[in-house]
Design a protein around this ligand. Structure first.
Ligand code: NAD
Length: 258
């Protein structure tokens, strides 16, 4: 069995640069023949995303979408509906928290910092699923990106861990809501990867070293491993899987904590 995504269209949200996990997902899906719609936040990123999208085969769309703004989510999906009609899935690869709250004690988080992390990193997934549902009339597969820090205490991950826990719970509720429409909803829990977002997390190099030394596969996770797992999850090979948090972390999450 092979994966062929010809004649299928997917929305990829969260490409910032060539290191972005969203970009690896885009490459895996495009290699399988998918048509892609990229969304980016803020004019500053538009050129980056357009330049990257042009390196792919095929005709891909690039649209703005700041996911903290309901009106912008609505207008972006209205534009997608107008330009392509039906979509078959979506990859949500978006998170943000204040850098100063990604070190030290979680307890020092402010109300504003807490709500910001929840808004951008957790609620946005539900908001986007709501907007995508009417366009997914043929069913399909939606993916978000999560991290172990939502299941366990991971040093410095703090407020982002609490947001990922909310995101993980959203995945199962959304899977239950959307399953009757033939839409599957899953998360990929990636091991640490050096990206722009990861730069904000205190002690990130030490985390990478620990994974290299201790994870069952004795190596860090790559963007390409995540991209190919996303390809599997959107494909019909994964038709029985929904509401799942799939770890792509060299097995690190299976280690005992002591
Ligand atoms: P990245 O910085 O390349 O991507 C984060 C993206 O979020 C950027 O494109 C940024 O523009 C976007 N974003 C932030 N605020 C936004 C807003 N208001 N509206 C729209 N987009 C917004 O970093 P990444 O590591 O590729 O992150 C992608 C996802 O993967 C995140 O959810 C992150 O938590 C998750 N993740 C990353 C790692 C890792 O180690 N890098 C591990 C597990 C999970």
């Amino acid at each position: 069995k092979t994966i062929d995504l010809t004649n299928r269209t997917y929305v990829v949200m969260g490409v910032a640069n060539k290191r972005s996990i969203a970009w690896a997902i885009a490459r895996s899906l495009a290699d399988a023949g998918a048509r892609l719609i990229f969304t980016y936040a803020g004019e500053r990123l538009e050129k980056n995303v357009r330049t990257l999208a042009e390196t792919l085969n095929g005709d891909h769309l690039v649209l703005p979408c700041d996911i903290t703004d309901d009106a912008e989510i609505e207008s972006t999906f209205a534009e997608i509906r107008q330009q392509v009609g039906v979509i078959h899935g979506l990859a949500h690869c978006i998170a943000f928290a204040n850098k100063e709250e990604l070190e030290g004690e979680y307890l020092n988080v402010t109300r504003d910092g807490y709500l910001l992390a929840q808004n951008v990193s957790a609620y946005s997934f539900t908001g986007v699923c709501k907007a995508a549902r009417p366009l997914m009339s043929e069913g399909g597969s939606i993916i978000t990106m999560t991290y172990l820090g939502g299941e366990r205490v991971v040093k410095n991950y703090n407020v982002m861990g609490v947001a990922k826990a909310a995101l993980d719970a959203s995945v199962m509720y959304l899977a239950n809501d959307l399953g009757k429409d033939g839409i599957r909803v899953n998360a990929i829990s990636a091991g640490p990867i050096r990206t722009l977002a990861a730069k904000g997390i205190g002690g990130f190099n030490d985390v990478l070293k620990e994974i290299e030394e201790k994870s069952p596969l004795r190596k860090t996770t790559t963007q390409e491993e995540v991209g190919d797992t996303a390809l599997f999850l959107v494909s019909d090979l994964a038709r029985g899987i929904t509401g799942e948090i799939m770890h792509v972390d060299g097995g690190y999450n299976k280690l005992s904590l002591s």
